[in-house]
Structure formats: C-alpha cells, structure tokens
Design a binder for this molecule. Structure first.
Ligand code: ZN
Length: 169
C-alpha cells in the first residue's frame, strides 16, 4: 500500500479556571487573575500541541505518556512533556512540518503574548517561528469559555519523514 509521506494530527485540551494567577499558557507564566487547574501545570496550549504531534504519528496521547495517577506528573512542566513527546516523534522517524493552533479564552487578550508564545513553542520543538501558527478566540461571553470557567486549545500538526520522502518503516 502506498502511503503519503506526511501525516496530520489533531490535539484538543480543556482546563478549568480558578481565581489566582499566574496563567500558564504556551510555556509562559502570564500575569492574570485566574489560573488553569490540572494535575500538571495545566498549560492547555502545550497539551494540545503534545496530543497533535503524538496523534499524527499514532503514538498514543499525553495521558498515556504522563498518567495523572503517577505522582511524578504532579505539577509537571508541560514544556518538558512536549519535549518528551517530540523526542518520541523523532525516534519514530518523523519531523514536524508545521503547527496551527487556536486558544479559546475570554481573557486575557492573547495578542500581546502571541509572538512570545510562538517563539517559546518553536524553541521547545527546535522549529523556526514561522512553523508555529497561533490564533485566539474568545467565548463571545457565553458558555464555560465565555464565563471564564474554562480555557481550551486546539492544534493541528503536519509531520513528514525525517529522512526524506519515504514514510518511516
Ligand atoms: Zn491538559
């Protein structure tokens, strides 16, 4: 069977918000009056990216790689989780072509932080900044996103064989 020499992956993540800061997002600690709640540092953007790249290579998901039943994962740095997933991807013979990501948050405004987030994600993954697309949407003031009860993120990742045109064996 002939397989195309690229694969695509989709990642989605949601975390509950609670009063207090900072908000961990895109590998940055953003000064904000709410923070995301989770077993790790609850960075929705990095978690969505992690699932997108793992999914593209059919390597499972973030919950399998870092079970929340493992005390070692409590408060874990999501940048380290993403770097671990990227190492798995590289071991499987794949390289990331590009990412396109969306953050769903009523507040804070993402635009002032967007370039630093793109740079941070690119640095974690060893990519050029122009391989990392990032947009943000509010919740239009309705629903859990709009009412600032939750924050979410989505990411699609395109991966290609690290060694050229043929898919890894
Ligand atoms: Zn998460």
């Amino acid at each position: 069977m002939h397989l195309p020499s690229f694969r695509i992956g989709l990642g989605h993540d949601t975390h509950r918000l609670e009063p207090g800061g900072p908000l961990m997002l895109g590998g940055l600690a953003i000064d904000h009056d709410r923070r995301a709640v989770g077993h790790s540092d609850a960075d929705v953007l990095l978690h969505a990216i992690t699932d997108a790249i793992l999914g593209a290579a059919a390597l499972g998901d973030i919950g399998e790689l870092f079970p929340d039943t493992d005390p070692a994962n409590k408060g874990r740095d999501s940048a380290e989780m993403l770097a671990t997933a990227a190492a798995r991807l590289a071991s499987a013979g794949w390289t990331i072509a590009n990412l396109d990501c969306v953050i769903f948050a009523q507040r804070p405004k993402i635009l002032p932080h967007r370039e630093r987030m793109r740079e941070r994600v690119a640095a974690i993954l060893g990519l050029a900044v122009d391989q990392v697309g990032l947009k943000a949407k509010t919740g239009e003031a309705v629903g859990p996103i709009g009412e600032q009860l939750a924050i979410a993120a989505e990411c699609v990742a395109l991966i290609t064989p690290a060694g050229g045109d043929s898919p890894p064996a």
